[in-house]
Ligand binder design. Structure first.
Ligand SMILES: [Fe+2]
Length: 176
């Protein structure tokens, strides 16, 4: 177990317990368990932290990374939005992402891959949604998504990836 938050015995214990329970479920059927696990991370505590890294489209705060999963918090200014992307993992596959909004409103679009031919992989949108505080949503490994801040204040979200994300790709083109 590699933790980016050092000496947090409470987090280690909760994570061990969570992974043990998760093992017995299919990921699609585990939303309430994941929601319960992510509820230990609160907006007040995360916003009080100074360890936010500014990236191109958001602030990012790694919480923990294990070989089987990772947790990262994201803080978004009003105009922050990602391109469509997929989450490549370390096993040459894709991660399953679970996103919980803690503060503000998120705009979320999910798409399926229609044609893998590069340089621009073709996508078709499956749905779009507004994710409000306390709500959790997901991106299946075979899907791509775009996420952004839908409100006029800051938006805070916490993301669980199974398995950890190595990098993302953004060379997509949306078709109707
Ligand atoms: Fe993502």
């Amino acid at each position: 177990m590699i933790l980016t938050v050092k000496d947090d015995q409470n987090l280690i214990r909760k994570t061990d317990n969570f992974l043990e329970q998760l093992n017995e479920l299919k990921l699609d059927e585990s939303l309430s368990l994941i929601d319960q696990y992510l509820s230990q991370f609160t907006a007040t505590e995360l916003l009080a932290s100074k360890e936010w890294l500014r990236q191109e489209k958001f602030y990012r705060k790694p919480i923990l990374q294990l070989t089987s999963m990772s947790v990262i918090a994201f803080l978004w200014n009003p105009s922050d939005i990602t391109e469509y992307h997929r989450h490549h993992n370390y096993q040459n596959g894709f991660s399953h992402a679970f996103i919980k909004v803690l503060k503000g409103k998120a705009f979320h679009e999910v798409a399926e891959i229609v044609d893998e031919t590069k340089p621009f992989i073709k996508l078709r949108q499956c749905y779009s949604e507004i994710v409000k505080p306390g709500m959790i949503t997901q991106v299946q490994p075979e899907q791509a998504h775009a996420l952004g801040n839908f409100g006029c204040g800051q938006m805070l979200s916490i993301h669980l990836y199974i398995t950890p994300v190595k990098n993302v790709d953004e060379q997509f083109c949306l078709i109707s």
